[in-house]
Design a protein around this ligand. Structure first.
Ligand code: F6R
Length: 255
């Protein structure tokens, strides 16, 4: 129990460090099951994984991948879909087996079936060994917005207005063009992962990080439930860590 906090000097350094953890896992367990996140934060992590594949021969062929979430209503080939994001940032450049890449289909005819099938696939794969997370400015993880039940499993969600505002930058700056609904792993789905690494950088995330790591465990800050997981690391830059009590950050290892 308790969150392990690691502070790195920059977003790039966080990415390199997180990629190293994925590499260590794959070396130990080549058929590991890894949960991936999208958004701006993990971009340097993906760049480093691609470099490790090209320059160091890191092998992804036996691993299985699940993504946290996807916008409802976007086709997989929509440039802002999380399918497209993962192809562009990672899968186009490594040797992952396409049959082992699982991303929720935001255009599935029956979204209700899609979320159940996704859960079943995670179970059939033996559960997630390592889940990578980002965090929303409102404390969301995946697209589990404030108020989401801690018992939730993969489900369809109406995005919070603040999330649509945060993500409007990917849709021409227009909230009206930003999807209203999404599919996301649930909080219990995330908590079932054997190990969790949450990445955050920038002062815009400082309040959410403080609530997640040191606030009360409450659905108002979905990430606060991570305090109850027994293997979770927050990898932060100094700006994202700036509101944490010194008692938490003092003595943290700086990778
Ligand atoms: C993305 C996801 C979200 C993001 C969060 C932060 O798959 O699950 O929870 O991690 O919204 O996004 P960025 O990194 O763009 O600030």
């Amino acid at each position: 129990m308790g969150i392990d906090i690691k502070i790195s000097p920059s977003q790039d350094a966080i990415g390199k460090h997180a990629a190293k953890r994925i590499k260590q896992l794959l070396e130990l367990k080549p058929d590991a099951v890894i949960g991936m996140a999208t958004g701006s934060t993990p971009e340097p992590m993906y760049a480093e994984l691609v470099r490790m594949h090209k320059e160091e021969g890191l092998d992804f062929s036996r691993a299985t991948f699940f993504n946290l979430d996807e916008y409802a209503g976007l086709r997989p080939d929509h440039p802002e879909s999380y399918h497209a994001y993962m192809q562009t940032h990672l899968y186009d450049h490594i040797n992952a087996d396409p049959a082992k890449i699982h991303i929720l289909d935001g255009k599935a005819k029956r979204l209700g079936n899609e979320v159940l099938t996704f859960e079943a696939k995670i179970k059939a794969a033996g559960g997630i060994d390592l889940q990578i997370l980002g965090i929303g400015t409102n404390g969301h993880i995946g697209f589990c917005e404030p108020g989401t039940s801690f018992n939730s499993r993969t489900h369809v969600v109406k995005l919070a207005q603040s999330t649509r505002q945060d993500n409007a930058r990917f849709f021409g700056g227009k909230v009206s063009k930003t999807p209203e609904y999404a599919l996301t792993m649930g909080i219990q789905t995330i908590m079932d992962a054997k190990r969790i690494i949450l990445l955050a950088n920038g002062e815009g995330k400082a309040a959410a990080i403080r609530s997640a790591a040191q606030g009360p465990v409450s659905p108002n800050t979905p990430a606060s439930i991570l305090q109850e997981h027994d293997n979770v690391t927050f990898m932060l830059d100094p700006a994202a860590a700036q509101s944490l009590d010194r008692s938490v950050t003092r003595g943290t290892r700086r990778p």
